[in-house]
Design a binder for this molecule. Structure first.
Ligand SMILES: C[S@@+](CC[C@H](N)C(=O)[O-])C[C@H]1O[C@@H](n2cnc3c(N)ncnc32)[C@H](O)[C@@H]1O
Length: 259
């Protein structure tokens, strides 16, 4: 009651401000509503993927979890990489046998499981997911696939926040090298170049060789062009190894043109 009494005299001023800025206010409300709807739709999609995989796969069997993800994607919209891109990722992992892997954009854990199942016994995965709801469900699916927290770590934050904190995870154990051997980017293409620059600045890429896999759903996107331009200019450190329709493989080696 007292609130009404206090706010009533302010009502004419409020109406005046609203009239004056009604176009901006409407645009603001519209933007907020669209964002909220996108978030709800996103979470429904994540929940539905998780529920399907959790209930249909054989727990403890990574290949069954992957097949169930693929089955889901046959009949539902899905953000997971396609099995074809998955096979290309598998080939890279088999070829380089990475010890330290960073994934940016974990989503429901599909690529994380693809990576984890081919890592050598001492191999470790750090995976980053911005959305806490998605990160929780994705982490559960990785555990369902039979992997343990000693093999992977989920960081629930943006890639920009995660990268400067990675150094302690990359200190060499016995027989492992310093730095990342493989980075898979499938998060926000606008972040690909800033994140690559941050990884270099923090000296997190293994100087003797690190593969970078850039997943792109729109090969003509400006963001992809920007990172590829950067890589071409930095020919002393980077080279493009393979350009597929939805993925580009880049190789980094500090200060060497002898590749
Ligand atoms: C296309 S999905 C990744 C799909 C995943 N690679 C797979 O195939 O299973 C992109 C994910 O990146 C997350 N994301 C977007 N921007 C991010 C950022 N800046 N840092 C970390 N994660 C981000 C999104 O929340 C989303 O879950």
């Amino acid at each position: 009651m007292w609130l009404m009494a206090v706010s009533l005299p302010l009502l004419p001023a409020f109406i005046m401000v609203l009239r004056r800025y009604r176009v901006k206010a409407a645009a603001l409300c519209h933007g907020a509503l669209a964002w909220a709807l996108r978030l709800v739709r996103w979470r429904v999609c994540v929940r539905s993927t998780h529920a399907f995989v959790f209930s249909q796969c054989t727990h403890g069997k990574a290949d069954s979890v992957l097949e169930t993800f693929d089955l889901y994607a046959d009949t539902h919209p899905s953000l997971c990489i396609s099995p074809q891109i998955g096979q290309a990722v598998d080939e890279v992992i088999r070829h380089i046998c990475p010890q330290r892997v960073l994934e940016l954009g974990m989503h429901c854990g599909y690529t994380s499981i693809r990576l984890l199942r081919l890592l050598p016994p001492a191999g470790r995965l750090i995976t980053v997911e911005l959305d806490p709801f998605t990160a929780d469900l994705g982490e559960e699916i990785i555990l369902v696939a039979g992997f343990k927290h000693s093999q992977f770590r989920v960081l629930t934050c943006s890639s920009a926040e995660a990268i400067p904190t990675l150094r302690p995870f990359l200190e060499p154990d016995q027989g492992t090298s310093k730095g990342l051997d493989l980075v898979l980017m499938d998060h926000d293409p606008q972040q690909y170049l800033p994140d690559l620059l941050a990884l270099e600045r923090e000296e997190l890429l293994r100087p003797s060789g690190c593969s970078l896999l850039l997943v792109h759903r729109n090969p003509r996107a400006q963001d992809l062009k920007e990172i590829l331009d950067h890589i071409r200019v930095r020919a002393d450190c980077f080279c493009i190894k393979a350009e597929l329709r939805s993925m580009t493989e880049i190789f980094y080696q500090k200060g060497s043109t002898d590749r």
